[in-house]
Design a protein around this ligand. Sequence first.
Ligand SMILES: [Zn+2]
Length: 339
Amino acid sequence: MALTTSPLVNSSCLIFWKFRIPPKVKFFLWKLEHQVLPTKVFLAGRLHNSNFSPFCSWCSTHEESLRHLFLECTLAEWCWNEICSMWSIRRDSLVQMDFSLINLFGLVQEAEVKETWHSVASATLWSIWIFRNDFVFNNRKPKKDGVLSILKTRVHKWLEVNGSLSKSWENLFNVNPVGAIRLSFKQQCVVFWESLRRKYDLIVAIDGAVSKKSASTSHAGIGGVIKNKDGALIYVFSGPSSASHAFEAEKEACMHVVNSMAGKFPNTFKIVICSDSVETIKYMEDLKYEAVINNNGRHGCMEVLFQSDFRAINRRVNFEADGLAKSGIAKAQLEEEWT
Ligand SMILES: [Zn+2]
């Protein structure tokens, strides 16, 4: 295999820096992408030592290139066969693809489970590397069952730590990962919103969305819901916005809901306003703080500001407001309804 210093894939694959995986694994992926992982072939090219064998330690039948080690060797075959069968990915599509991180991470496209797949594929590559190193340096070579059991445990652990899989769905995950991730997510949403309902009388979720049509034109929308302690919907809004970037749209959605609530609820009500934009939450908290120190009168929307907590939430649990903001982009005017 020719050694080059050019990246294995184009720079768009640098998305793996955003993956929810251990930092050392991101560094490992970076080395893999830049073809500087010390495989036998890599070392043979660097050492200029004619006695150094570039052959794969695990199977001894092929040179240990990146493609061989991570896709074709028996060790890789065990791991990918298991993962592909769990995810209903045709093994052919893996074997026939050009070995690159972007191709591998692109094998699963469904929005809901794409991030989980990124973690699973990263855990598989990392496991292959760890097994290979343990054999090269410690002469430990587990059997297939041992390899697969360690691989699955690692995948479960990573997904549990990054919050995408609850322990109760681990067994289902082994046969139907997509179903398990969906159920796990639903359960997390229920638990999350319930925890807010226990503390507040009104739970507000807002969002802003911007769609870039071209470099110069963009269209935006705002949307959100207010629910009561029982989870019943009491207000919904969705409409267009003149904002040119997401923060402006989020801020607008937030101010809209604060103004809409003015004078409508008892001032003893505890309100929480949730947004997935940390910037917006900070802006609203500053606004509240200024109102407090300037001793602004407690009436109308000021009262709402005083009685509200502002909370940054995960984008994934904010899907209701997100959908309303996105559909608001195409609307001619704001649609709202109190129920
Ligand atoms: Zn091999």
